[in-house]
Design a binder for this molecule. Sequence first.
Ligand SMILES: Cc1cc2nc3c(=O)[nH]c(=O)nc-3n(C[C@H](O)[C@H](O)[C@H](O)COP(=O)(O)O)c2cc1C
Length: 163
Amino acid sequence: MRALVVYHSKSGNTGKAAHDISEELECFVHVDIEKIDVERYHPFLFGTLRAFKDMFSSEEFPLTGLSYDPIKYDFLVVGSPVWGNSCTPPIRYYLSDLEEYSSRAAFFTTQSGKPTYDAIKKMEELFGMEADAKLAIKKGDIDKGEYFNDIKNFVSELLGMEH
Ligand SMILES: Cc1cc2nc3c(=O)[nH]c(=O)nc-3n(C[C@H](O)[C@H](O)[C@H](O)COP(=O)(O)O)c2cc1C
């Protein structure tokens, strides 16, 4: 069995969570990790301004340099930072393009405020199906390392295991 963990991360929080989730998943299945790298958000100041601008735009730009085909995996995990109560534009484009994927899927988000599931709901709409596991993570819990139980439950739910 194989799992693909796909994430976008501007400042590293979602990346840290994606790697911790991958480590837990690796106890059970083979895992590949796909980081969606978007250069327009790299420069600290201009990248952040562009991120805020893109939050309110439906302009599309193609994702380049992806290495893995999600259709070939039994489990898919997609992680996004929360931008304006939704997922980021790169994750929006990634999920909109995933029409053929029908195996088990899990979505997670990271945000600086109180965790809500609004962005995950948006991700499910784009994906066209409800996720098998969902986790909204607060940035502060990543910093403090206080989310490993949540990650264990998230992975168990994705894999369909009892916990
Ligand atoms: C453009 C932008 C919009 C954001 N909007 C929200 C928001 O609506 N709610 C929230 O709690 N945090 C918001 N944040 C904070 C990020 O969601 C949070 O820092 C997240 O963990 C960043 O993930 P990353 O380090 O993987 O990029 C926003 C950050 C940016 C840059």
